[in-house]
Write a protein that binds this ligand. Structure first.
Ligand SMILES: Nc1nc2c(ncn2[C@@H]2O[C@H](COP(=O)(O)OP(=O)(O)OP(=O)(O)O)[C@@H](O)[C@H]2O)c(=O)[nH]1
Ligand SMILES: [Mg+2]
Ligand SMILES: [Zn+2]
Length: 308
């Protein structure tokens, strides 16, 4: 019996990195049962497992999945009620966004941040492709940086093309397990190729016609970083699963809204149109950005959000 970490999962095949640095291809033991969430995949990238080696020595069977510290889910498909675990046992989530080519919708960013908050995983925001920004795009980026850093998220300005901001980011990733998420085409795989030049991951072109990525990466995969730590490259995610959330706890996952909510008149205030709502007042004064409030409102009213 050996222990290891799942670094890749495609269908029912799992690649497990063992303690001695060796990797073996594994399948699951048929009757393996995992407690907790109902998901389409019982084992995910980042899971710590025990494995039994087959007689050929190169393949194995996963016999147990050790308890998860945390995990990030996504909706299995756009309108599906089923969830898929993207990765488990993470130290941080890096949300990569771009102002243009492609433009990341703010609500998409907020849903990723809410998911990270719900599982208490710290998040950073990476603004990439600054080399493509003109005056207007730079202004937009600086505005978003002011909104999100006030909310408490560290923000990085990156140009992977020119090499700007990479040293700083590397320091923030050292010895950590990071999940790199973001919409298709923002540069997630490009970042990994820079952090570990041995990888040569496939990257895509942004078509001028659609101005968005083409979902080049199709499976989450964990990669070792030469300076210490791991990073999970993920496919550009279309829909995120906000599982297991009570309607009246969603605002807990917007840090700046949560802080102010303590001054609302009613303890069960949903910050819609209740009298004495401190959140609404702060939106009016601009202390809470309207952009963020809009995302909160939309998640609250999203019938696809699965409530407990
Ligand atoms: N101009 C510019 N292009 C960049 C930068 N970073 C990445 N790109 C380009 O953006 C395109 C998409 O990059 P990918 O790394 O494939 O994007 P991804 O996020 O992995 O996309 P998916 O795997 O589809 O989710 C590639 O052509 C990159 O060369 C940057 O800082 N500036
Ligand atoms: Mg990719
Ligand atoms: Zn309120």
């Amino acid at each position: 019996m050996e222990t290891g970490v799942v670094i890749k999962s495609v269908g029912s095949r799992y690649r497990v990195l063992l303690g001695n640095g060796e990797t073996i291809e594994c399948t699951l033991r048929g009757k393996l049962r995992i407690k907790g969430v109902e998901t389409t995949n019982p084992v995910a990238v980042g899971d710590n497992v025990t494995a039994e080696r087959e007689s050929d020595g190169k393949t194995g069977i996963i016999t147990e999945v050790l308890e998860r510290r945390n995990y990030i889910l996504r909706r299995a498909s756009n309108l599906s009620k089923q969830f898929q675990i993207i990765a488990a046992n993470l130290d941080q989530v890096l949300v990569m966004v771009t102002i243009i080519l492609p433009a990341t919708p703010v609500e998409f960013l907020d849903r990723l941040l809410v998911t990270a908050e719900a599982y208490r995983i710290p998040a950073r925001i990476l603004f990439n492709k600054t080399d493509l920004y003109g005056e207007e795009e730079t202004k937009r980026m600086e505005y978003l940086i002011s909104v999100y850093s006030r909310a408490g998220y560290p923000c990085h300005r990156l140009s992977l093309e020119k090499g700007d901001g990479i040293e700083d980011l590397r320091n923030s990733m050292k010895d950590m397990v990071s999940l790199i998420s973001g919409n298709s085409g923002v540069g997630k795989s490009t970042l990994l190729n820079i952090l570990n030049p041995e990888l040569r991951l496939k990257t895509g072109k942004i078509s001028d016609y659609h101005k968005q990525g083409k979902h080049i990466t199709t499976f989450p995969e964990m990669h070792r970083l030469p300076f210490g730590g791991y990073a999970v490259d993920t496919p550009g995610i279309r829909g995120f699963g906000l599982a297991d959330m009570e309607k009246n706890e969603i605002y807990h996952f917007f840090p700046e809204i949560f802080r102010v909510s303590k001054e609302c008149k009613f303890y069960n205030c949903l910050h819609l149109d209740e009298p004495g709502c401190a959140v609404r007042k702060s939106v009016e004064t601009g202390e809470i950005d309207f952009l963020r409030y809009k995302s909160y409102f939309s998640i609250l009213n999203d019938e696809n959000t699965k409530y407990r």
